[in-house]
Design a protein around this ligand. Structure first.
Ligand SMILES: Nc1ncnc2c1ncn2[C@@H]1O[C@H](COP(=O)(O)OP(=O)(O)OP(=O)(O)O)[C@@H](O)[C@H]1O
Ligand SMILES: [Mg+2]
Length: 252
């Protein structure tokens, strides 16, 4: 059995069909670019993989992650357990209501959910190390910054550090439009971060939604067309904007 098995998955928003009897499987070590025009159902599909169905959504079929029970029919506490072990970057950063909350507190919350335990002094030191390691040097951002007062791009960087960089040993990464709001240097920086996580953690499955063809380390492309999900083994890298990556997939 593959790491991720999706069988006859159908998703409707009210009575509109978004995904129609999708069946596919993905393995550990796959790095998949999920493509499709705006509104085709990429985010809806990824949320269904996590059992996030939302009001008005009807879902049928099976999603099995690493031999789990069917995520679609799973109880909420078991879903929370599975989700907490996944690096999930949501498409939208929702920090508007985070009055007075600092970047450090956002990172601590994410790490606490991942560990499912109170944080220790060492964990707080790790948050500082991870922040220093992954933050782009040009980003005017500190652990003390208040997240609701950051720019769109700065908020994106915080979300990437919280949901991906603090969880580099996760088995599954679901990454929805990581490059939204980022400037070109930061896009390159994020591509390099994802590549280093992948190299450190070759057993993980990555599904990345992006319209930017920067990632040299993609080994499969999944496309949503009329509600059907098709998987191919090719990736296209555009060297026009970012230059040529080195043989390990890193940009200068
Ligand atoms: N809460 C909702 N109620 C009804 N329809 C919805 C809801 N959320 C999304 N949709 C519809 O579901 C379809 C798929 O949306 P989804 O966000 O999954 O698309 P997407 O492929 O991620 O698009 P994008 O590239 O713009 O992020 C869209 O046509 C959208 O209008
Ligand atoms: Mg989307």
């Amino acid at each position: 059995m593959s790491f991720l098995e999706v069988r006859d998955l159908s998703i409707k928003h009210s009575d509109t069909s978004i995904i129609s009897e999708a069946s596919f499987s993905l393995d550990k070590g796959d790095v998949v670019l999920l493509e499709g025009s705006n509104g085709t159902g990429k985010t809806t599909l990824l949320r269904a993989l996590l059992g996030i169905l939302g009001t008005g959504i009807k879902c049928n079929g099976q999603v099995i992650i690493d031999g789990s029970e069917n995520v679609i029919t799973m109880k909420e506490n078991e879903l929370l357990r599975i989700r907490s072990k996944i690096g999930y970057l949501e498409q939208k950063d929702n920090y508007d209501m985070y009055y007075g909350i600092s970047v450090k507190e956002v990172l601590a919350d994410s790490l606490e959910a991942y560990k499912n335990a109170r944080l220790t002094k060492d964990d707080y030191s790790r948050i500082e190390e991870v922040f220093d390691k992954y933050i782009p040097s040009e980003a005017k951002l500190s652990l003390k910054s208040k997240v609701n007062k950051l720019s769109g791009g700065q908020q994106r960087i915080v979300s990437i550090i919280a949901s991906l960089c603090l969880r580099t040993d996760a088995k599954f990464f679901i990454i929805d439009e990581p490059l939204n709001n980022l400037d070109i240097n930061t896009i390159v920086h994020i591509s390099n971060i994802l590549n280093s996580i992948r190299i450190e953690n070759p057993e993980a499955l990555f599904i990345i939604v992006s319209h930017c063809k920067i990632f040299p380390f993609i080994n499969k492309v999944a496309t949503i067309n009329d509600g059907k999900v098709e998987i191919s083994n090719t990736g296209i890298v555009c060297n026009a904007c970012f230059g040529v990556p080195d043989e390990n997939g890193f940009y200068k």
